[in-house]
Design a protein around this ligand. Structure first.
Ligand SMILES: C[S@@+](CC[C@H](N)C(=O)[O-])C[C@H]1O[C@@H](n2cnc3c(N)ncnc32)[C@H](O)[C@@H]1O
Length: 528
Protein backbone atom coordinates (compact mmCIF):
# COMPACT_ATOMS: atom_id res chain seq x y z
CA UNK A 1 0.00 0.00 0.00
CA UNK A 2 1.47 3.41 -0.88
CA UNK A 3 2.22 5.41 2.25
CA UNK A 4 2.62 9.10 2.77
CA UNK A 5 5.67 10.69 4.34
CA UNK A 6 5.99 14.21 5.70
CA UNK A 7 8.29 16.10 8.02
CA UNK A 8 7.57 15.12 11.62
CA UNK A 9 5.76 11.86 10.77
CA UNK A 10 8.08 9.58 12.74
CA UNK A 11 7.56 11.77 15.83
CA UNK A 12 3.78 11.75 15.71
CA UNK A 13 2.84 8.20 14.71
CA UNK A 14 3.40 6.87 18.22
CA UNK A 15 2.80 10.16 19.98
CA UNK A 16 -0.54 9.02 21.44
CA UNK A 17 1.47 6.90 23.92
CA UNK A 18 3.23 10.01 25.23
CA UNK A 19 0.10 12.10 25.70
CA UNK A 20 -0.37 12.41 29.48
CA UNK A 21 -3.42 10.63 30.81
CA UNK A 22 -5.53 13.32 32.49
CA UNK A 23 -8.74 12.69 34.35
CA UNK A 24 -11.89 14.51 33.35
CA UNK A 25 -12.84 17.09 35.96
CA UNK A 26 -16.61 17.38 36.31
CA UNK A 27 -17.83 21.01 36.41
CA UNK A 28 -21.61 20.76 36.42
CA UNK A 29 -24.62 18.77 35.25
CA UNK A 30 -27.22 20.45 33.10
CA UNK A 31 -30.57 18.79 33.45
CA UNK A 32 -33.98 19.64 32.00
CA UNK A 33 -36.05 17.06 33.85
CA UNK A 34 -35.49 13.91 35.86
CA UNK A 35 -31.91 13.26 37.03
CA UNK A 36 -29.95 11.16 34.54
CA UNK A 37 -29.74 7.41 35.11
CA UNK A 38 -26.45 6.76 36.91
CA UNK A 39 -26.08 3.32 35.34
CA UNK A 40 -25.65 4.70 31.82
CA UNK A 41 -22.97 6.81 30.19
CA UNK A 42 -24.13 10.42 30.18
CA UNK A 43 -24.03 13.02 27.43
CA UNK A 44 -20.72 14.84 27.81
CA UNK A 45 -19.29 18.17 26.74
CA UNK A 46 -15.56 18.52 27.34
CA UNK A 47 -13.67 21.78 27.15
CA UNK A 48 -10.09 21.04 26.17
CA UNK A 49 -7.69 19.97 23.48
CA UNK A 50 -9.06 16.84 21.91
CA UNK A 51 -5.71 15.02 21.95
CA UNK A 52 -5.75 14.89 25.74
CA UNK A 53 -9.53 14.64 25.98
CA UNK A 54 -9.66 11.61 23.67
CA UNK A 55 -7.06 9.87 25.79
CA UNK A 56 -9.07 10.65 28.92
CA UNK A 57 -12.09 8.99 27.34
CA UNK A 58 -10.32 5.66 26.76
CA UNK A 59 -11.08 3.99 30.12
CA UNK A 60 -14.80 4.46 29.74
CA UNK A 61 -15.23 4.43 25.98
CA UNK A 62 -12.56 2.36 24.21
CA UNK A 63 -14.33 0.20 21.61
CA UNK A 64 -17.76 1.61 22.49
CA UNK A 65 -18.34 4.55 20.15
CA UNK A 66 -20.68 3.66 17.31
CA UNK A 67 -20.37 6.81 15.26
CA UNK A 68 -17.67 9.46 15.13
CA UNK A 69 -18.19 12.63 13.15
CA UNK A 70 -15.38 15.16 12.93
CA UNK A 71 -15.17 18.45 11.13
CA UNK A 72 -11.54 19.44 11.70
CA UNK A 73 -10.02 22.70 10.47
CA UNK A 74 -9.80 22.40 6.67
CA UNK A 75 -6.49 24.28 6.64
CA UNK A 76 -7.85 26.92 4.28
CA UNK A 77 -5.54 29.58 5.67
CA UNK A 78 -8.50 31.62 6.89
CA UNK A 79 -7.64 33.25 10.22
CA UNK A 80 -10.26 35.94 10.23
CA UNK A 81 -12.39 34.66 13.06
CA UNK A 82 -11.99 33.50 16.67
CA UNK A 83 -11.44 30.00 15.43
CA UNK A 84 -8.35 29.53 13.24
CA UNK A 85 -9.04 27.42 10.19
CA UNK A 86 -5.39 26.67 9.73
CA UNK A 87 -2.48 25.38 11.70
CA UNK A 88 -1.13 28.63 13.11
CA UNK A 89 -3.02 28.40 16.36
CA UNK A 90 -0.56 29.37 19.14
CA UNK A 91 -1.40 26.20 21.10
CA UNK A 92 -0.72 24.01 18.09
CA UNK A 93 2.54 25.81 17.31
CA UNK A 94 3.73 25.21 20.85
CA UNK A 95 2.71 21.56 20.72
CA UNK A 96 4.49 21.00 17.40
CA UNK A 97 7.64 22.57 18.82
CA UNK A 98 7.53 20.13 21.75
CA UNK A 99 6.64 16.97 19.81
CA UNK A 100 8.43 17.40 16.49
CA UNK A 101 11.35 19.34 17.98
CA UNK A 102 13.78 21.31 15.85
CA UNK A 103 12.35 20.03 12.55
CA UNK A 104 9.12 21.86 13.37
CA UNK A 105 10.68 25.05 12.00
CA UNK A 106 10.74 23.47 8.52
CA UNK A 107 7.14 22.26 8.50
CA UNK A 108 4.85 23.45 5.71
CA UNK A 109 1.21 24.03 6.58
CA UNK A 110 0.37 20.55 5.23
CA UNK A 111 3.05 18.89 7.37
CA UNK A 112 1.66 20.67 10.42
CA UNK A 113 -1.89 19.64 9.64
CA UNK A 114 -0.86 16.00 9.23
CA UNK A 115 1.13 16.11 12.49
CA UNK A 116 -1.94 17.51 14.22
CA UNK A 117 -4.39 14.96 12.78
CA UNK A 118 -2.42 11.71 12.97
CA UNK A 119 -2.34 11.03 16.74
CA UNK A 120 -5.95 12.22 17.09
CA UNK A 121 -7.11 9.77 14.43
CA UNK A 122 -5.19 6.96 16.16
CA UNK A 123 -7.08 7.64 19.40
CA UNK A 124 -10.39 7.94 17.54
CA UNK A 125 -9.72 4.54 15.97
CA UNK A 126 -9.27 3.04 19.46
CA UNK A 127 -12.57 4.53 20.62
CA UNK A 128 -14.60 3.13 17.71
CA UNK A 129 -16.75 0.07 18.37
CA UNK A 130 -16.25 -3.10 16.30
CA UNK A 131 -19.19 -2.06 14.15
CA UNK A 132 -18.37 1.64 14.45
CA UNK A 133 -17.95 4.15 11.67
CA UNK A 134 -16.18 7.49 11.31
CA UNK A 135 -17.20 10.35 9.01
CA UNK A 136 -14.72 13.19 8.40
CA UNK A 137 -15.68 16.45 6.71
CA UNK A 138 -12.92 17.92 4.58
CA UNK A 139 -12.29 19.88 1.38
CA UNK A 140 -9.62 19.85 -1.31
CA UNK A 141 -6.98 21.50 0.88
CA UNK A 142 -6.31 18.23 2.72
CA UNK A 143 -8.67 15.61 1.28
CA UNK A 144 -6.03 13.68 -0.67
CA UNK A 145 -3.57 13.37 2.23
CA UNK A 146 -6.34 12.68 4.75
CA UNK A 147 -7.41 9.68 2.67
CA UNK A 148 -3.85 8.32 2.72
CA UNK A 149 -3.36 8.63 6.48
CA UNK A 150 -6.80 7.14 7.10
CA UNK A 151 -5.84 4.17 4.92
CA UNK A 152 -2.86 3.73 7.23
CA UNK A 153 -4.78 4.12 10.51
CA UNK A 154 -8.13 2.50 9.72
CA UNK A 155 -6.88 0.09 7.03
CA UNK A 156 -7.42 0.74 3.30
CA UNK A 157 -9.91 -2.14 3.19
CA UNK A 158 -12.14 -0.38 5.70
CA UNK A 159 -12.62 2.66 3.48
CA UNK A 160 -16.37 2.91 2.90
CA UNK A 161 -16.81 5.90 0.56
CA UNK A 162 -16.06 9.53 -0.05
CA UNK A 163 -19.39 11.31 0.13
CA UNK A 164 -19.96 14.55 -1.74
CA UNK A 165 -22.03 17.08 0.16
CA UNK A 166 -23.43 19.84 -2.07
CA UNK A 167 -22.95 22.62 0.44
CA UNK A 168 -23.85 25.60 -1.76
CA UNK A 169 -26.48 26.19 -4.42
CA UNK A 170 -25.16 29.25 -6.28
CA UNK A 171 -21.72 30.16 -7.62
CA UNK A 172 -19.50 32.79 -6.05
CA UNK A 173 -18.95 34.86 -9.19
CA UNK A 174 -15.84 36.58 -7.90
CA UNK A 175 -13.95 33.27 -8.19
CA UNK A 176 -11.68 33.18 -11.26
CA UNK A 177 -12.02 29.54 -12.15
CA UNK A 178 -14.37 27.17 -10.32
CA UNK A 179 -16.67 28.11 -7.50
CA UNK A 180 -16.51 24.93 -5.40
CA UNK A 181 -19.92 24.00 -4.03
CA UNK A 182 -19.16 20.69 -2.36
CA UNK A 183 -17.32 19.31 0.64
CA UNK A 184 -16.14 15.74 1.06
CA UNK A 185 -17.16 13.46 3.89
CA UNK A 186 -14.70 10.60 4.07
CA UNK A 187 -16.11 7.48 5.69
CA UNK A 188 -14.28 4.48 7.22
CA UNK A 189 -15.55 1.55 9.26
CA UNK A 190 -13.60 -0.04 12.09
CA UNK A 191 -14.48 -3.25 10.22
CA UNK A 192 -16.21 -2.66 6.91
CA UNK A 193 -17.83 -6.13 7.02
CA UNK A 194 -19.74 -5.15 10.15
CA UNK A 195 -21.45 -2.20 8.43
CA UNK A 196 -24.73 -1.88 6.58
CA UNK A 197 -26.31 1.48 5.88
CA UNK A 198 -29.99 1.98 5.23
CA UNK A 199 -31.58 5.32 4.72
CA UNK A 200 -34.94 5.35 6.50
CA UNK A 201 -37.75 5.94 4.06
CA UNK A 202 -39.19 9.37 4.72
CA UNK A 203 -42.90 9.87 5.38
CA UNK A 204 -42.99 11.59 2.01
CA UNK A 205 -41.61 8.47 0.33
CA UNK A 206 -44.09 6.29 2.22
CA UNK A 207 -46.94 8.41 0.87
CA UNK A 208 -46.13 7.14 -2.62
CA UNK A 209 -47.37 3.68 -1.58
CA UNK A 210 -51.02 3.03 -2.59
CA UNK A 211 -53.55 0.21 -2.70
CA UNK A 212 -56.42 1.30 -4.96
CA UNK A 213 -57.43 -2.31 -5.85
CA UNK A 214 -57.46 -3.44 -2.21
CA UNK A 215 -54.70 -5.97 -2.78
CA UNK A 216 -54.59 -8.18 0.32
CA UNK A 217 -50.76 -7.87 0.40
CA UNK A 218 -51.22 -4.23 1.37
CA UNK A 219 -49.63 -0.98 0.18
CA UNK A 220 -47.48 -1.00 -2.95
CA UNK A 221 -45.68 1.42 -5.24
CA UNK A 222 -46.24 0.92 -9.00
CA UNK A 223 -42.77 0.60 -10.60
CA UNK A 224 -41.69 1.19 -14.19
CA UNK A 225 -41.86 -1.98 -16.29
CA UNK A 226 -39.62 -0.73 -19.10
CA UNK A 227 -35.81 -0.87 -18.94
CA UNK A 228 -32.79 -0.34 -21.19
CA UNK A 229 -30.60 -1.37 -22.89
CA UNK A 230 -32.80 -3.41 -25.16
CA UNK A 231 -33.05 -7.20 -24.93
CA UNK A 232 -34.84 -8.09 -28.18
CA UNK A 233 -36.92 -10.98 -26.86
CA UNK A 234 -38.28 -8.73 -24.12
CA UNK A 235 -40.07 -6.54 -26.67
CA UNK A 236 -43.58 -7.98 -27.09
CA UNK A 237 -47.11 -6.56 -27.16
CA UNK A 238 -49.10 -6.39 -23.93
CA UNK A 239 -52.85 -6.10 -24.05
CA UNK A 240 -54.29 -4.00 -21.24
CA UNK A 241 -57.58 -5.10 -19.54
CA UNK A 242 -59.28 -2.30 -21.50
CA UNK A 243 -58.09 -3.91 -24.76
CA UNK A 244 -55.34 -1.45 -25.69
CA UNK A 245 -52.11 -2.93 -27.07
CA UNK A 246 -48.95 -1.39 -25.66
CA UNK A 247 -45.22 -1.74 -26.39
CA UNK A 248 -42.23 -0.51 -24.38
CA UNK A 249 -41.13 3.06 -25.32
CA UNK A 250 -38.55 3.44 -28.11
CA UNK A 251 -35.07 2.37 -26.98
CA UNK A 252 -36.44 0.22 -24.11
CA UNK A 253 -37.75 -3.31 -23.59
CA UNK A 254 -39.93 -4.83 -20.86
CA UNK A 255 -38.18 -5.67 -17.59
CA UNK A 256 -39.30 -9.35 -17.76
CA UNK A 257 -39.54 -12.11 -20.36
CA UNK A 258 -43.03 -12.78 -21.66
CA UNK A 259 -43.48 -15.97 -19.64
CA UNK A 260 -42.31 -14.26 -16.42
CA UNK A 261 -44.74 -11.44 -17.21
CA UNK A 262 -47.59 -13.95 -17.52
CA UNK A 263 -46.66 -15.39 -14.09
CA UNK A 264 -46.79 -11.86 -12.62
CA UNK A 265 -50.23 -11.29 -14.21
CA UNK A 266 -51.45 -14.58 -12.71
CA UNK A 267 -50.18 -13.44 -9.29
CA UNK A 268 -51.93 -10.06 -9.66
CA UNK A 269 -48.62 -8.20 -9.47
CA UNK A 270 -49.21 -5.98 -12.50
CA UNK A 271 -51.18 -2.75 -12.15
CA UNK A 272 -52.88 -1.20 -15.23
CA UNK A 273 -54.34 1.86 -13.47
CA UNK A 274 -57.88 2.37 -12.11
CA UNK A 275 -59.48 1.95 -15.56
CA UNK A 276 -57.28 -0.94 -16.69
CA UNK A 277 -56.01 1.24 -19.52
CA UNK A 278 -52.60 2.44 -18.28
CA UNK A 279 -49.17 1.24 -19.34
CA UNK A 280 -48.47 -1.78 -17.05
CA UNK A 281 -46.52 -1.23 -13.82
CA UNK A 282 -45.03 -3.74 -11.40
CA UNK A 283 -46.46 -3.67 -7.85
CA UNK A 284 -43.65 -3.24 -5.29
CA UNK A 285 -45.18 -4.11 -1.94
CA UNK A 286 -44.00 -2.20 1.10
CA UNK A 287 -44.04 -5.49 3.03
CA UNK A 288 -41.53 -6.97 0.58
CA UNK A 289 -38.99 -4.18 0.24
CA UNK A 290 -36.10 -3.46 2.60
CA UNK A 291 -36.79 -1.29 5.61
CA UNK A 292 -35.01 1.58 3.90
CA UNK A 293 -33.10 2.71 0.87
CA UNK A 294 -29.41 2.14 0.13
CA UNK A 295 -27.92 5.64 0.31
CA UNK A 296 -26.06 7.16 -2.61
CA UNK A 297 -22.82 9.10 -2.24
CA UNK A 298 -23.87 12.49 -3.58
CA UNK A 299 -25.91 14.34 -0.96
CA UNK A 300 -27.69 17.36 -2.37
CA UNK A 301 -28.59 20.49 -0.45
CA UNK A 302 -32.24 19.69 -1.11
CA UNK A 303 -31.88 16.50 0.91
CA UNK A 304 -29.56 17.56 3.70
CA UNK A 305 -29.37 21.36 3.73
CA UNK A 306 -26.56 23.71 2.75
CA UNK A 307 -24.20 26.09 4.52
CA UNK A 308 -26.63 29.01 4.41
CA UNK A 309 -29.30 26.83 6.07
CA UNK A 310 -26.80 26.01 8.80
CA UNK A 311 -26.05 29.70 9.41
CA UNK A 312 -29.78 30.50 9.47
CA UNK A 313 -30.34 27.69 11.97
CA UNK A 314 -27.78 29.11 14.32
CA UNK A 315 -29.33 32.57 14.10
CA UNK A 316 -32.59 31.13 15.40
CA UNK A 317 -30.74 29.82 18.45
CA UNK A 318 -28.50 32.81 19.26
CA UNK A 319 -29.47 36.45 19.02
CA UNK A 320 -27.62 39.06 16.94
CA UNK A 321 -25.67 40.43 19.89
CA UNK A 322 -24.40 37.01 20.96
CA UNK A 323 -21.24 35.58 19.45
CA UNK A 324 -22.34 33.64 16.39
CA UNK A 325 -20.47 30.62 15.15
CA UNK A 326 -19.49 31.13 11.52
CA UNK A 327 -18.87 27.64 10.18
CA UNK A 328 -21.59 25.35 11.50
CA UNK A 329 -22.71 22.30 9.57
CA UNK A 330 -26.33 21.79 8.54
CA UNK A 331 -28.49 19.99 11.10
CA UNK A 332 -30.11 17.81 8.43
CA UNK A 333 -26.66 16.73 7.24
CA UNK A 334 -25.77 15.61 10.73
CA UNK A 335 -29.15 13.90 11.15
CA UNK A 336 -28.52 11.92 7.96
CA UNK A 337 -25.10 10.73 9.20
CA UNK A 338 -26.39 9.76 12.62
CA UNK A 339 -29.48 8.08 11.26
CA UNK A 340 -27.35 5.99 8.86
CA UNK A 341 -24.75 4.96 11.35
CA UNK A 342 -26.47 4.50 14.71
CA UNK A 343 -29.22 2.63 16.48
CA UNK A 344 -31.27 3.85 19.41
CA UNK A 345 -28.63 3.32 22.14
CA UNK A 346 -25.49 4.30 20.25
CA UNK A 347 -22.76 6.65 21.45
CA UNK A 348 -21.81 9.45 19.05
CA UNK A 349 -18.56 11.40 19.37
CA UNK A 350 -17.57 14.72 17.82
CA UNK A 351 -14.09 15.86 18.88
CA UNK A 352 -14.08 19.10 16.84
CA UNK A 353 -17.47 20.17 18.12
CA UNK A 354 -17.66 23.89 17.20
CA UNK A 355 -21.24 25.03 17.69
CA UNK A 356 -22.41 21.54 18.69
CA UNK A 357 -24.50 20.67 15.61
CA UNK A 358 -23.80 16.98 16.22
CA UNK A 359 -25.45 17.08 19.66
CA UNK A 360 -28.36 19.06 18.20
CA UNK A 361 -28.92 16.35 15.59
CA UNK A 362 -28.62 13.54 18.19
CA UNK A 363 -31.24 15.23 20.38
CA UNK A 364 -33.56 15.80 17.40
CA UNK A 365 -33.36 12.18 16.32
CA UNK A 366 -33.93 10.86 19.86
CA UNK A 367 -37.01 13.04 20.08
CA UNK A 368 -38.27 11.82 16.71
CA UNK A 369 -37.81 8.10 17.24
CA UNK A 370 -37.75 7.78 21.03
CA UNK A 371 -34.07 6.77 20.93
CA UNK A 372 -31.58 7.03 23.76
CA UNK A 373 -28.41 7.88 21.80
CA UNK A 374 -25.68 9.64 23.76
CA UNK A 375 -23.27 12.31 22.53
CA UNK A 376 -19.76 13.34 23.53
CA UNK A 377 -18.52 16.72 22.30
CA UNK A 378 -15.00 18.11 22.66
CA UNK A 379 -14.15 21.74 21.95
CA UNK A 380 -10.92 23.49 22.86
CA UNK A 381 -11.83 27.15 22.39
CA UNK A 382 -13.23 29.26 25.21
CA UNK A 383 -16.64 29.26 23.53
CA UNK A 384 -17.03 25.59 24.58
CA UNK A 385 -19.27 27.00 27.32
CA UNK A 386 -20.79 30.09 25.67
CA UNK A 387 -21.57 28.51 22.27
CA UNK A 388 -21.17 24.72 22.31
CA UNK A 389 -22.79 23.99 25.68
CA UNK A 390 -25.14 26.96 25.42
CA UNK A 391 -26.59 25.71 22.12
CA UNK A 392 -27.16 22.26 23.60
CA UNK A 393 -28.92 23.79 26.63
CA UNK A 394 -31.23 25.82 24.40
CA UNK A 395 -32.03 22.82 22.20
CA UNK A 396 -32.88 20.79 25.30
CA UNK A 397 -34.99 23.57 26.81
CA UNK A 398 -36.57 24.85 23.59
CA UNK A 399 -35.78 28.00 21.61
CA UNK A 400 -37.49 30.39 19.18
CA UNK A 401 -40.89 28.79 19.74
CA UNK A 402 -39.46 25.29 19.20
CA UNK A 403 -40.32 22.72 21.83
CA UNK A 404 -37.27 21.49 23.76
CA UNK A 405 -35.96 17.98 23.25
CA UNK A 406 -35.31 17.51 26.97
CA UNK A 407 -32.25 15.69 28.21
CA UNK A 408 -29.15 16.38 30.22
CA UNK A 409 -25.37 16.58 29.90
CA UNK A 410 -22.29 16.74 32.09
CA UNK A 411 -19.72 19.46 31.47
CA UNK A 412 -16.02 18.68 32.04
CA UNK A 413 -12.64 20.26 31.73
CA UNK A 414 -9.35 18.39 31.59
CA UNK A 415 -8.18 17.71 35.11
CA UNK A 416 -4.96 16.53 36.73
CA UNK A 417 -2.63 14.01 35.05
CA UNK A 418 -2.77 10.54 36.60
CA UNK A 419 1.00 10.19 36.61
CA UNK A 420 3.49 12.88 37.56
CA UNK A 421 7.28 13.13 37.64
CA UNK A 422 9.79 13.48 34.84
CA UNK A 423 9.19 9.92 33.62
CA UNK A 424 5.59 9.74 34.81
CA UNK A 425 6.84 7.48 37.60
CA UNK A 426 4.53 8.64 40.44
CA UNK A 427 0.79 8.32 40.94
CA UNK A 428 -0.85 11.70 41.34
CA UNK A 429 -3.00 11.26 44.44
CA UNK A 430 -4.80 14.52 43.77
CA UNK A 431 -6.95 12.81 41.12
CA UNK A 432 -8.76 10.75 43.76
CA UNK A 433 -8.98 7.02 44.44
CA UNK A 434 -12.03 6.36 42.22
CA UNK A 435 -10.30 7.72 39.13
CA UNK A 436 -7.17 5.71 39.95
CA UNK A 437 -9.21 2.51 40.35
CA UNK A 438 -10.97 3.18 37.07
CA UNK A 439 -7.65 3.55 35.34
CA UNK A 440 -6.20 0.35 36.83
CA UNK A 441 -9.26 -1.67 35.89
CA UNK A 442 -9.23 -0.29 32.36
CA UNK A 443 -5.50 -0.86 31.87
CA UNK A 444 -5.93 -4.51 32.93
CA UNK A 445 -9.19 -5.39 31.20
CA UNK A 446 -9.66 -2.71 28.51
CA UNK A 447 -13.23 -2.38 29.72
CA UNK A 448 -14.96 0.33 31.73
CA UNK A 449 -15.24 -0.32 35.47
CA UNK A 450 -18.86 -1.33 35.99
CA UNK A 451 -20.20 0.52 38.99
CA UNK A 452 -22.56 -2.38 39.64
CA UNK A 453 -20.09 -5.27 39.57
CA UNK A 454 -21.04 -7.29 42.65
CA UNK A 455 -18.48 -6.63 45.31
CA UNK A 456 -17.06 -3.55 43.56
CA UNK A 457 -18.10 -1.43 46.52
CA UNK A 458 -15.60 -3.44 48.56
CA UNK A 459 -12.52 -1.43 49.48
CA UNK A 460 -9.95 -3.33 47.48
CA UNK A 461 -11.78 -5.55 44.97
CA UNK A 462 -12.08 -3.87 41.58
CA UNK A 463 -14.01 -6.73 40.03
CA UNK A 464 -13.70 -10.07 38.24
CA UNK A 465 -13.03 -10.28 34.53
CA UNK A 466 -12.50 -13.48 32.52
CA UNK A 467 -12.11 -15.50 35.73
CA UNK A 468 -9.39 -13.16 37.07
CA UNK A 469 -10.09 -11.12 40.23
CA UNK A 470 -8.40 -7.73 40.45
CA UNK A 471 -7.53 -6.19 43.83
CA UNK A 472 -6.07 -2.74 44.42
CA UNK A 473 -4.72 -2.38 47.95
CA UNK A 474 -3.92 1.28 48.20
CA UNK A 475 -3.89 4.06 50.73
CA UNK A 476 -2.86 7.66 49.93
CA UNK A 477 -1.28 8.20 53.39
CA UNK A 478 0.61 4.98 54.08
CA UNK A 479 2.33 2.09 52.35
CA UNK A 480 0.25 -1.02 51.77
CA UNK A 481 1.38 -4.63 51.65
CA UNK A 482 0.17 -7.88 50.19
CA UNK A 483 0.56 -10.07 53.28
CA UNK A 484 -1.36 -12.73 55.23
CA UNK A 485 -3.57 -10.03 56.82
CA UNK A 486 -4.60 -8.57 53.47
CA UNK A 487 -5.37 -12.07 52.13
CA UNK A 488 -8.41 -12.12 54.45
CA UNK A 489 -9.97 -9.47 52.18
CA UNK A 490 -9.43 -11.64 49.09
CA UNK A 491 -12.65 -13.54 49.25
CA UNK A 492 -14.10 -13.97 45.77
CA UNK A 493 -13.83 -17.15 43.73
CA UNK A 494 -11.60 -16.81 40.68
CA UNK A 495 -9.06 -18.79 38.69
CA UNK A 496 -6.38 -16.16 39.16
CA UNK A 497 -5.81 -13.12 41.39
CA UNK A 498 -3.99 -9.95 40.37
CA UNK A 499 -3.20 -7.88 43.42
CA UNK A 500 -1.77 -4.37 43.39
CA UNK A 501 -0.05 -3.05 46.54
CA UNK A 502 3.05 -1.06 47.46
CA UNK A 503 4.91 -4.14 48.75
CA UNK A 504 4.62 -7.89 48.80
CA UNK A 505 5.52 -9.85 51.94
CA UNK A 506 4.48 -13.26 50.60
CA UNK A 507 6.95 -15.68 49.06
CA UNK A 508 7.07 -16.27 45.31
CA UNK A 509 6.29 -19.90 45.96
CA UNK A 510 3.15 -19.05 47.96
CA UNK A 511 1.97 -16.68 45.24
CA UNK A 512 2.56 -19.30 42.56
CA UNK A 513 0.70 -22.02 44.47
CA UNK A 514 -2.34 -19.78 44.99
CA UNK A 515 -2.43 -18.27 41.48
CA UNK A 516 -1.70 -14.78 42.78
CA UNK A 517 0.19 -12.24 40.68
CA UNK A 518 1.60 -9.30 42.66
CA UNK A 519 1.87 -5.91 40.93
CA UNK A 520 3.72 -3.04 42.55
CA UNK A 521 2.12 0.40 42.79
CA UNK A 522 2.94 2.54 40.83
CA UNK A 523 5.76 0.70 39.04
CA UNK A 524 3.59 -1.97 37.43
CA UNK A 525 0.69 0.26 36.41
CA UNK A 526 0.48 0.40 32.60
CA UNK A 527 1.15 3.71 30.93
CA UNK A 528 -0.79 3.73 27.69
C1 LIG B 1 -15.04 23.49 11.54
S1 LIG B 1 -15.31 23.74 13.23
C2 LIG B 1 -16.55 22.55 13.57
C3 LIG B 1 -17.93 23.05 13.32
C4 LIG B 1 -18.99 22.09 13.76
N1 LIG B 1 -19.06 20.92 12.92
C5 LIG B 1 -20.34 22.78 13.79
O1 LIG B 1 -21.27 22.31 13.13
O2 LIG B 1 -20.48 23.76 14.47
C6 LIG B 1 -13.90 23.03 13.99
C7 LIG B 1 -13.87 23.20 15.50
O3 LIG B 1 -12.83 22.38 16.02
C8 LIG B 1 -12.22 23.08 17.09
N2 LIG B 1 -10.87 22.54 17.27
C9 LIG B 1 -9.79 22.71 16.47
N3 LIG B 1 -8.73 22.04 16.97
C10 LIG B 1 -9.15 21.43 18.11
C11 LIG B 1 -8.52 20.61 19.09
N4 LIG B 1 -7.24 20.29 18.97
N5 LIG B 1 -9.25 20.18 20.14
C12 LIG B 1 -10.56 20.50 20.26
N6 LIG B 1 -11.22 21.29 19.37
C13 LIG B 1 -10.52 21.75 18.30
C14 LIG B 1 -12.21 24.52 16.63
O4 LIG B 1 -12.05 25.39 17.73
C15 LIG B 1 -13.57 24.62 15.96
O5 LIG B 1 -14.55 25.04 16.85
Amino acid sequence: MPTLTWIGKEKVITHHHDVPFKVLAHQYTFNTSAPPDLGEPSNKIIHGDNLEALKSLLPEYEGRVKCIYIDPPYNTGNESWVYNDNVNHPKLKKWLGQVVGKDSEDLTRHDKWLCMMYPRLVLLHKLLAKDGVIFISIDDNEQAVLKLICDEIFGGGNFVNNIIWQRAYAPVNTKKRFSPNHDFIICYGKDINALTFLLKRTDEANERYINPDNDKRGLYKPGDLSVGPIVEKQIYPITTPSGRIVYPPKGYCWRYTESRFQDLIADNRIWFGPDGNNVPAIKRFISEVKDGITPMTVWTYKEVGHTQDAKKDIKTIFSENELLFETPKAIKLMERIIQLATSSNSIILDSFAGSGTTAHAVLNLNKKDGGNRKFILIEMEDYAESITAERVKRVMQGYGGKEGTGGSFDYYILGEPLFVGENREYLNEAVGIDKIKNYVWYSETRTALDKFTPGAADDTLLGVHHNTAYYFIYHPERLTSLDFDSLVGINVQAGQYIVYADNCLLSKDFLFRHNIVFKKIPRDLSRF
